[in-house]
Ligand binder design. Sequence first.
Ligand SMILES: [Cu+2]
Length: 266
Amino acid sequence: MKTNRKVYRVARALAPVAVVFLSVTFACANTRVIEIVADHDSRYRMLGEGTPAIIALPGEELRLRITARKASSQNRDGSIHGFTLLRAKDRTKVRGWDFLLQPGTQEITARAPLEPGNYEVVCTIICSQDHDGMHMKFVVLPAPAPPPSLLPPSVAPSSLATGPIQTLQGEIADTQCSLNVHSVTRSHKEMIEARRMGQDAASCARYCVRNMGGNFILLKNKTIVYRLDDQTKAEAFAGQKVRVTGTLDRATNTVHVATIAAAQMR
Ligand SMILES: [Cu+2]
């Protein structure tokens, strides 16, 4: 319950940004596709997320693309996992969210519950001895979309008229190292070798930002630099491989950040 509340608090803090990015998605009339694996070890997974979680707006239409892999046992009807949404507070089922999964990939379209709060996806099939551990978080954000005039300038609609929400992978680095201010290889290598800036990518990036007036940026394939409008979120991942979601302002190569998460390659 404690972690639930924490996730909810984090989600709430993200709400204004998420509302904008989700409504931008709606404006494009695209249903968000969420890729999930219901895995053979009785765990749900989402690519690049350590702890899988679905975050949605009240009533948002979601297209779940779920790949199911068989654990040790299955139902008589051939289904190998379940995907059922419960309210976290009383473990009651959410209507229209009770699915059985067949081996392979299936697409399910469903609407997020209208009531904001914490929910949980659970597997309803005794798929293995570890079946009890097969669940994932689902958070419905509070609904009210702030009027555009109340949004911080960084997420004002004018700057969001830049493109669809996208996910970019790379490393959180700093402007100095990445823009060759004090590095010829666009990396922390020289700085670390000189032992002046810190002993690894994370401390080097933090040092450069804190003491040399740099900014955290997203460095893709060691060559492409994206500016990030949310430095606080970026700092938490200094020197790490991440997935950043947001909209890209091509004019300034700035990502209006919705989320940053550590990238876990499978
Ligand atoms: Cu299962």
